[in-house]
Ligand binder design. Structure first.
Ligand code: NAD
Ligand code: LMR
Length: 330
């Protein structure tokens, strides 16, 4: 007798850092059909380091006990070749989180080499249509490293997560203006997932009205921009550890929109630059993007005034400096 599940569309999804905090939220969202669609089954590959595989076995047991509608199979492994074999999507979460007082760039020494190894495994084993979303910090430069380590896979297959910054920007505007988050459009967070990032409301609207007309410039420059940029640190201070459920939620938003599109609406994704807005080719940079036909298109042709230009340039500088360190890993 044939199994009806064999005829259902399916994707192989690799999640690294599967024993960690973010994965503990993310896996359930993936398994519930929120990312790849209610009609698509997922074969999950859970990767972690050897000392954490026991914990991942426990996570897999809990996933099974949840009887999630979209999970077809679960593989637990510490072998990147096995984890990425045939992967259609990969969430690269596994990396050390920062503690209080550390910068995300400080994480490069500890985490950078992980992405050389995983980029190589993706290059050799993943499916041709693989979508790689780097979450582990410093996310932009780790995505730069993974892309560089995978020369046979097109650069458009590698993204870094800046949707959390985008969601934080919307949330702060929503609180300030007393408008629901769903009413905001045309927000972008340019640059690096770090304190230099530039949450930009120049083009933003709420219910069709210009956001810039409704917030004071002083608040925008001195409260909004720095608070969004430093929100990760604020969470670490208050919660005692780095953001997890909100990061998982943003990763769900990012991958879902990458796969299914944004219906012409802007969002933020860190993608490998092809030179837009003067960003060096190859740097992984937060841009305004629209998801269409399973790909991101950068929103081109926006005029940047001197203030915007300076803030974008600060991010180019910072990412160039990180890339210089990352290049030494090869
Ligand atoms: P965590 O410490 O709870 O879990 C990290 C997991 O990664 C651990 O299980 C660890 O064993 C595993 N790991 C380490 N090296 C690995 C390797 N080579 N292969 C596979 N797994 C490996 O951390 P977390 O809270 O889940 O955060 C994970 C990362 O995500 C951190 O770097 C954190 O800073 C980052 N983060 C990014 C964003 C973002 O918006 N981009 C948001 C929040 C957190
Ligand atoms: C975040 O923005 O919450 C994460 O990148 C964690 C951190 O180190 O800030």
């Amino acid at each position: 007798m044939t199994n009806p599940l064999d005829a259902t569309p399916s994707v192989k999804v690799t999640v690294t850092g599967a024993a960690g905090n973010i994965a503990y939220s993310l896996l359930w969202r993936i398994g519930s059909g929120e990312v790849f669609g209610a009609d698509t089954l997922v074969d999950l590959a859970l990767l972690d380091i050897p000392s954490a595989v026991g914990t991942v076995d426990g996570v897999a047991m809990e996933l099974n006990d949840s009887a999630l509608g979209n999970v077809r199979s679960i593989t637990v492994t510490d072998d990147p070749a096995k984890a990425f074999d045939g992967a259609n999507a990969a969430f690269l979460v596994g990396a050390k989180p920062r503690g209080e007082g550390e910068s995300r760039a400080d994480m490069l020494a500890a985490n950078g080499k992980i992405f050389v190894e995983q980029g190589r495994a993706i290059n050799d084993h993943a499916a041709d249509d693989v979508r790689v979303l780097v979450v582990g910090n410093p996310a932009n430069t780790n995505a730069y490293i993974a892309n560089k380590a995978a020369p046979d896979v097109g650069a458009e297959h590698f993204n870094a997560l800046m949707r959390l910054d985008h969601n934080r920007a919307i949330s702060m505007l929503s609180e300030k203006l007393g408008e629901h988050s769903s009413a905001f459009e045309n927000i972008v967070v340019w640059g690096n997932h770090s304190d230099t990032q530039f949450p930009d409301t120049t083009y933003a609207t709420v219910g069709g009205e210009s956001v810039a007309d409704r917030v004071e410039r002083e608040w925008y420059e001195n409260e909004f921009i720095p608070r969004v940029a430093k929100r990760g640190g604020e969470i670490i201070k208050v919660r005692g550890r780095s953001s997890a459920a909100s990061a998982a939620s943003a990763a769900v938003d990012h991958m879902r929109d990458w796969v299914t599109g944004t219906e012409g609406k802007w969002t933020t994704a860190a993608v490998v630059s092809k030179g837009s807005y003067g960003v060096d080719e190859g740097l992984v940079f937060g841009f305004p993007v629209i998801g269409i036909n399973g790909r991101w298109g950068v929103v081109e042709g926006l005029e940047l005034d001197d203030d915007q230009r300076a803030r974008v340039d600060a991010n180019i500088e910072a990412l160039r400096a990180e890339a210089e360190i990352a290049d030494k890993l090869f």
